[in-house]
Design a protein around this ligand. Structure first.
Ligand code: 13P
Length: 253
C-alpha cells in the first residue's frame, strides 16, 4: 500500500465570517507546490459552500466540524453529512471533545455520525482524548483506547479516515503533550486500529491536536505514529498555519 501523506487539518471551530474567506485563500495560495501534507480547513457550516468554491482549484480541501447521524428530518438547527457533502465538504470532524463535553455526545452517538459521514462519502476525522483529571488518575490510555474502540464503527473497514488524539487539557491552553506521551498514546490507538481493522489498521493516519503551533509542529510531526495534526487557533491565520503545513515531513514508508 502506498504511504499516506500526513494530514494537516485546520479546525476553525466557531470562527469565521465572509471576511475570512480571503485568509483561507491566502492559506491555499501559500501552500508550496512541494508540500507533503494533505491540507484541509474544517469550517463552520455557514462557510463550507463558499470555502469549497473559493478553494476549488487549490490543494486545500474543505470539511465540516460535526454532522447529525440522520440524513434529513425534523432536527431544527442540525446539519447532515449529506448537506456537508452537497456544500462541497470532503471531510468532517466528529466526536470533538468540545462536543462530547458540551453536548454530551457519547461514543455510540459518534459511531452513528461516522456511519453517516461514510454514507455521504465524507472522510471522517474521529477525535478522542482524556481530561486532565483522567490523566492525573492514571486513566488516560484506558479512556482514549476505550473511546477509540467504541467510536469507530466496523463500517470504517477499507474506508479513508483518521483518528485525532486531542488531550482535552492541551486544547487552546498553550500546553502540549510531551512527545513521549504522544508516542505512547498513538501507539495505544494504533493497537486498537490493528485489532479492529487488521493490517489496514497499521496505515490509518493518527493525528495529534492540542496547541499545535509553528514552534512545535516539526517536533510533533516527527514523533512516532503521528500522521498529521488537527490545528485549532493556529489554523485561523495563514502566517501561523502555513509554517505548520511546511513542517509536515514526507510520508513514511
Ligand atoms: P488548539 O490548536 O487551538 O489548541 O485546538 C485544538 C483543537 O481542538 C483542534 O480540533
Amino acid at each position: 500500500m502506498a504511504a499516506l501523506a500526513p494530514w494537516i487539518v485546520g479546525n476553525w471551530k466557531m470562527n469565521g465570517l465572509s471576511s475570512d474567506l480571503d485568509e483561507a485563500l491566502a492559506i491555499a495560495q501559500g501552500v508550496a507546490v512541494g508540500a507533503h501534507a494533505r491540507v484541509a480547513i474544517c469550517a463552520p457550516a455557514t462557510l463550507v459552500h463558499r470555502l469549497a468554491g473559493a478553494l476549488h482549484a487549490t490543494r486545500v480541501e474543505v470539511g465540516g466540524e460535526d454532522c447529525r447521524a440522520e440524513e434529513s428530518g425534523a432536527f431544527t438547527g442540525d446539519v447532515s453529512a449529506e448537506m456537508l457533502a452537497d456544500a462541497g465538504a470532503k471531510l468532517v470532524i466528529l466526536g470533538h471533545s468540545e462536543r462530547r463535553a458540551g453536548y454530551g455526545e457519547s461514543d455510540a452517538l459518534v459511531c452513528g455520525k461516522v456511519e453517516a459521514a461514510l454514507r455521504a462519502g465524507l472522510h471522517p476525522i474521529v477525535c478522542v482524548g482524556e481530561t486532565l483529571e483522567q490523566r492525573d488518575a492514571g486513566e488516560a490510555v484506558a479512556v482514549v483506547t476505550g473511546q477509540a474502540m467504541a467510536s469507530l464503527p466496523a463500517a470504517l473497514a477499507g474506508e479513508r479516515f483518521a483518528v485525532a488524539y486531542e488531550p482535552v487539557w492541551a486544547i487552546g491552553t498553550g500546553r502540549t503533550a510531551s512527545t513521549a506521551d504522544i508516542a505512547q498514546m498513538h501507539a495505544a490507538i494504533r493497537g486498537v486500529l490493528v485489532d479492529k481493522f487488521g493490517d489496514a489498521g497499521a496505515k490509518i493516519s493518527i493525528l495529534y491536536g492540542g496547541s499545535v503551533k509553528p514552534a512545535n509542529a516539526a517536533e510533533i510531526l516527527a514523533t512516532a505514529e503521528v500522521g498529521g495534526a488537527l490545528v485549532g487557533g493556529a489554523s485561523l491565520k495563514a502566517a501561523d498555519f502555513l509554517p505548520i503545513i511546511e513542517a509536515a515531513p514526507p510520508p513514511a514508508l
